[in-house]
Every structure is written in C-alpha cells, then in structure tokens.
Design a protein around this ligand. Structure first.
Ligand SMILES: [Zn+2]
Length: 397
C-alpha cells in the first residue's frame, strides 16, 4: 500500500527578525517565479521550447552576479518556483488550469522548503539559514516530513508540513450507508434524519465586513491608516474562513468516521455560482471544500464515496414510491407525493434518494455479512480501492 501523505498547517510565532526573513524569502520566491515566467514567455515567442530545468540553469548562472541577496535565505525560495512553473504549464497544456500568472506582492505570499532542510521538534521548527522558529501546536502526525510551505495570511505566518504517515489512520468501522443532501438553507441533511445547520459565517459577518470595507475606501491611498484598515479586513476574512473550515471539518469527520458508504450529489457549483442570488450562500457554505475534505478523509479511512450524477432527480423523486413529482418548485420546503401521499422535508427526501443509490449497489447486503467482507465486495464491484492512493491535503481540526 502506498503511504498516505497529509498536511498539517500550523501557526508560527516568529520574532520580528524571523518575520523579516519570511518576507524576504516570499519576495525571492515571487521574484524567481516572475523572472521564470517572463523568460518562458520570451523564449516561447522566439520559437524555443523552454523547460524548468533549462530556465533554472540559466538563472543559476546569473544568480551570483545579479541576485547575490538571494543567498541570505533557503535555496528553495529561488529553486522551487521553476518546478512549480513547470507543473503550472503542464496543467495549462493538459487543459486543467489557466495560463500561469505573474505573482503580486501581498497575495498568497509563500515559499517552499524541501525535506532535507526541515527539522521539527515539539515546539519549534528549524528553517534553513534562520534557525528555530516557535510553532503554536505540535505536529499532529507521526511520520516523515517530506516538505513544508511557509505562508502569510492576514498578519499571521503559517507553516504547512507534508507528512508521510508511519501508520495508516484508523479505518471506518461502521457498515452503514448514508445519503447527504447539501443545501443553501441548511448545510447538510442526512438520510437518517440528522441535520447540520451551517454557521453561514460570511452572512453573519457581512455587515461588519461592509462597514470595514467602507472605512477602508475612505482612507487615503498609501497612508498608514489605510494599511491598518486593510489589515482589519484581511483579519476578518481569515476569521470567517476559520469558522467555515471548522464546521466543514466537523461534518466531514463525522461522516467518514460513522458511515462506510456516503452518497453525495455532484453539484454543478460553477453553474450555480453564475446565478448571483445563490452565489454568496453557496460560496459561503463551501461545497467545493466539503467535497475536497470528504474525499481525502475517505481515502484515509476507507469509506466509499458515491458521487451521484447531478441529473439524478434526488429532489423530485418520491423516496417511498419512486414516482417523480414534476410540480415541485424551489420554494417548496415540503415534498408531497401525489401518488402515495408521502409528506416529507424536501432535503430529507433528497438525502434518502441519494442513500438509495449506494444501498442498491449491494453495499447494504455486504455489510450484513460482517466486517471482513466489506472491502472485498467493494473492490469486486470496482467501487473503491480504499486507502491505496496517497492524498495530500490540509488536515486542520
Ligand atoms: Zn410516493
């Protein structure tokens, strides 16, 4: 089995001097990326075929003379951007990503450190050419640190450590399946009747955010007060994202610990986001983030995730007699079946329909045979090779 890789993002407590180093390293990483991208474009337009390796060689040849200040920080700050750029172009050529963009100061500032240069202890992490920096919590996973990324969010510094786990995490012991209906009014409704109300952090704090943004717009450009106001807005955004992450982690952990098979709808979030009325609530609920978390936790714990085609009539079908009710509108909160007379909460009806897509695959039957048969049946039907793929992700809850 391939080892599982997880990332733990930990807040750093740098001294003033250490924070200066971080800023410098971020600046060098950004400069290098922008240099490499500009050079790539120039060579490409001249009919050449640039590669990360050729650009890196070229860069390293001029570095001692033109950019001697780069040697003050970890070499990775001025080496890794070439590898990232290569990946970015690969994504672009494979039509999976947009054309790489130049980086701007203050937006996603970060730099990478390779595993040969990173050491970690209970309360501090060793950064090359800097020394030990305090961390706010110990590393959660036991295993080999394979890389790290230092990043700046609002006025805080974080280090995200990628760890190759020594042991696979505990697998899901349950044999039951569940359907999960994600909603705008309610975060999630489970087919067993459980409900998770979303905190809708953005909505709650929107008033505050608007006020802060108004204050910001009144401040003079380049002034100290403007910088302070900008930081206030960034801090609020950060707080909102923490609340959202926390809620989603609680839900996805609960699901992956308690249910062996989980059916969710393949929401066309992109299409829905273009509808402005719905856009904010959906973004707020973080559907993408929900699925991302659920998928990596499922890889860890061996759950089977069924992504139900978005054309499946989960809302319009009666969960008891399976007859479609075409007269159901978006405003109907209760599903009423004209055929069998069932009256049920709209989301619950949808969740039960989603759940039926996993129980109908024979999953339920194999569960009854006891723990041993679960994996076997699942792989026989080609549903899931549980836990065999490494996954890299934030795992912060
Ligand atoms: Zn019915």
């Amino acid at each position: 089995m391939n080892p599982i890789t997880l990332a733990h993002k930990i807040r750093l407590s740098p001294t003033y001097k250490q924070a200066k180093y971080f800023q410098q390293a971020c600046g060098i990483a950004r400069f290098t990326w922008n240099w490499a991208l500009a050079e790539w474009k120039r060579q490409y337009e001249a009919g050449k075929k640039p590669t990360a390796l050729s650009l890196k060689k070229q860069f390293n040849a001029i570095k001692p003379i033109e950019f001697p200040w780069m040697y003050k920080v970890t070499k990775y700050a001025s080496q890794q951007p070439f590898i990232f750029l290569q990946k970015a172009f690969k994504g672009f050529f494979d039509k999976k990503a947009k054309y790489p963009q130049f980086k701007k100061k203050g937006i996603h500032d970060s730099f990478y450190i390779g595993n040969d240069h990173i050491k970690i202890e209970a309360s501090s992490v060793h950064i090359p050419k800097l020394g030990w920096v305090k961390i706010e919590e110990p590393l959660r996973f036991k295993g080999k640190v394979i890389s790290a990324t230092v990043s700046h969010v609002a006025d805080k510094w974080f280090i995200s450590l990628n760890v190759e786990l020594d042991q696979a995490p505990q697998t899901c012991e349950s044999q039951t399946s569940i359907g999960v209906d994600l909603g705008i009014r309610r975060l999630a409704t489970l087919s067993n009747g459980e409900r998770f109300e979303g905190p809708k952090p953005l909505k709650k704090q929107l008033g505050k955010l608007k006020r802060l943004q108004r204050q910001l717009s009144r401040k003079q450009k380049g002034s100290n007060n403007r910088n302070k106001a900008r930081m206030k807005v960034a801090r609020l955004h950060y707080r909102i994202s923490c609340i959202r992450q926390d809620t989603l982690h609680k839900l996805t952990s609960y699901l992956s610990i308690n249910f062996a098979a989980i059916a969710i709808e393949d929401l066309n979030v992109k299409g829905m986001l273009s509808n402005h009325l719905l856009a904010r609530s959906i973004a707020d609920m973080g559907f993408y983030e929900f699925r991302r978390q659920l998928e990596y936790k499922a890889q860890m714990r061996g759950n089977y995730i069924k992504i139900v085609d978005r054309w499946f009539p989960s809302s319009k079908q009666c969960s008891r007699c399976k007859v479609i009710n075409d007269s159901l509108t978006l405003n109907d909160r209760i599903f009423k079946c004209n055929n069998c007379g069932l009256e049920i909460d709209r989301e619950l009806n949808a969740a039960i329909n989603l759940e039926s897509t996993v129980s109908s695959t024979g999953f339920q039957a194999c569960g009854e045979k006891g723990a041993g048969s679960k994996r076997k049946v699942l792989s026989e039907t080609g549903l899931n090779e549980a836990g065999t793929k490494p996954c890299t992700d934030l795992y912060t809850f």
